[in-house]
Ligand binder design. Structure first.
Ligand code: ATP
Ligand code: MG
Length: 483
């Protein structure tokens, strides 16, 4: 970037800081400044225009050191831009890096993109039509996702949201997806943990991690999800499939509220500014399925005591294509993943499913709903009829099947097979824990032996209805019995 004197000369306007309040600066003397323009302070700091008043300009600071009243300010005539390119793949972008790239705005650099613009041409969208495998049985069978879908991941603190997201990314990373993980205002320890998980599971080379720290300027934290989507759009334009995780948008909203309260905007519901819906919706509308590639977006929202009716949470629900709810009660009961399938929703995932998977989803959901109702009769076990006992056992088996450690990846064909085996009563009168042992062996064998894997995949591929699937599994019992 050129120096302060250069910009002062170029744009012929010099501003002076009138008022400095935390990370917000009010200045006068910049009559032609435009919204989101990057401004350079005499002391080398960076900020951007938040709002234009009658004769003053509101500036959000990006850099850390504080500006003093009277500091001179120059316009750069450039809006917030970020450098994009293939070399970002496999890197971690920290807030310092963001500051650096924002500082290096050269006017004619073709690889720079404005971060706050939707780079989509009208008519580029297509229907979400291809399914996206998360390799988490619960989600693949009950809340299926599609490529280009926006699905909210919502739940209380420490209920396994990040673990699920990492599992989903792991399932995509080998398939040539570009995975972008934005960690918004986390502590340094959390960031380090995240970085470590990416390294240890071997997904780092196909991913870009964008981190901001809770000690960073709110003005900078606010920008991180927009930067992520801008990078995602770059890869989409090259025909790639991208998956963007925004962890989490409730925190993002809180930082935006902080900025807006500092600028004395009129506070609305829960003190959030009136445009908070717009702030998030214009971010999420950039995801979707396109003719060239796709951007699947998984924003995270934190809930408090499992309350889904919060302001930001409901806003986010209404601008996404469904939500997966991580239930703290289920987590406390020891269920992993702690997803509550009855409250989770997928609005476009269904249309990407094969008829077989749709049938499985319907049957499984129906069965589990009934099982929830009859669970309370468990202590009458001896007085129950054989039929009810059998349903009971199957319910327990299905529950155990849906439990999955983060280290286990279960591809869709395998989860379909395992479901079919339980549904076809291949483990009739066998207790759920014993069945789980067999199942773990099948999963291990599937990953280890490719002929075995091929047989299962062929079997699932050939079946078009659940009846056909269970029959095919009964005809090939040795696949289950041999382990
Ligand atoms: P935060 O609110 O802090 O972001 P979170 O909702 O992202 O938390 P995680 O950090 O993913 O939750 O998980 C919390 C704990 O639960 C971790 O210790 C993790 O190892 C464990 N956990 C989550 N899912 C599973 C699973 N499927 N199998 C085993 N352990 C799990
Ligand atoms: Mg998390």
């Amino acid at each position: 970037m050129k120096d302060f004197a250069f910009y002062l000369e170029k744009n012929g306007e010099v501003g002076f800081a009138d008022q400095v309040f935390k990370s917000i600066v009010h200045a006068h003397g910049l009559p032609n400044a435009h919204p989101k323009e990057v401004l350079l302070f005499e002391s080398g700091e960076l900020g951007y225009v938040l709002a234009l008043n009658a004769d003053t300009v509101e500036i959000a600071m990006i850099s850390q050191p504080t500006v003093k009243v009277g500091t001179r300010i120059a316009r750069t005539d450039s809006t917030l831009k970020i450098h994009v390119g293939d070399e970002l793949m496999g890197t971690t972008i920290t807030s310092q890096d963001i500051e650096k790239t924002l500082l290096s705005i050269d006017e004619d650099n073709k690889t720079d993109r404005p971060i706050d613009e939707n780079h989509t041409v009208f008519g580029d969208h297509t229907k979400v039509g291809i399914s996206l495998e998360t390799q988490v049985t619960m989600v693949d069978l009950l809340v299926p996702l599609g490529k280009g879908q926006r699905e909210l991941i919502i739940g209380d603190r420490k209920t396994g949201k990040t673990s699920f997201l990492l599992q989903t990314i792991r399932a995509q990373a080998d398939k040539g997806f570009v995975c972008i993980y934005v960690s918004i205002a986390k502590t340094q320890q959390e960031t380090r943990q995240l970085y470590h998980s990416f390294q240890s599971s071997g997904i780092a080379k196909n991913s870009i991690i964008i981190t901001s720290n809770s000690a960073d300027r709110p003005g900078l934290i606010f920008l991180t999800p927009y930067i992520a989507v801008t990078i995602a759009e770059y890869f989409r334009d090259q025909g790639k499939d991208v998956i963007v995780v925004l962890d989490d948008l409730t925190t993002h909203a809180r930082y935006y509220r902080e900025i807006m309260l500092l600028t004395k905007r009129f506070p609305g519901r829960n003190s959030y500014p009136g445009d908070i819906f717009y702030i998030h919706s214009r971010l999420l509308e950039r995801a979707g399925n396109y003719k060239k590639g796709s951007i699947t977006c998984l924003p995270v929202a934190q809930s408090v005591v499992s309350d889904l009716s919060g302001y930001i949470q409901t806003n986010l629900m209404s601008m996404t294509d469904g939500h997966i709810f991580f239930d703290s009660d289920l987590f406390d009961q020891g269920r992993r993943p702690a997803i509550n399938p009855f409250i989770s929703v997928t609005r476009v995932g269904e249309q990407t499913q094969t008829p077989l998977r749709r049938e499985i989803s319907r049957q499984l959901r129906g069965f589990l709903t009934n099982f929830e109702k009859i669970k309370q009769f468990k202590h009458f076990q001896n007085e129950l009829s054989e039929n009810v006992k059998a349903s009971f056992n199957m319910g327990e088996q299905l529950t155990v099947m849906l439990d999955q450690l983060t280290t286990t990846q279960v591809p869709v064909s395998l989860s379909t097979f395992l479901f079919g085996a339980i549904w076809g009563e291949l483990w009739k009168n066998i207790a759920a824990p014993t069945m789980k042992e067999d199942m773990d062996k099948i999963i291990a064998k599937y990953h280890k032996e490719s002929p075995f894997k091929q047989k299962i995949e062929d079997l699932v591929q050939k079946s078009t209805t659940l009846a056909e699937l269970t029959q095919a599994i009964k005809d090939n019992q040795e696949l289950v019995r041999s382990v």
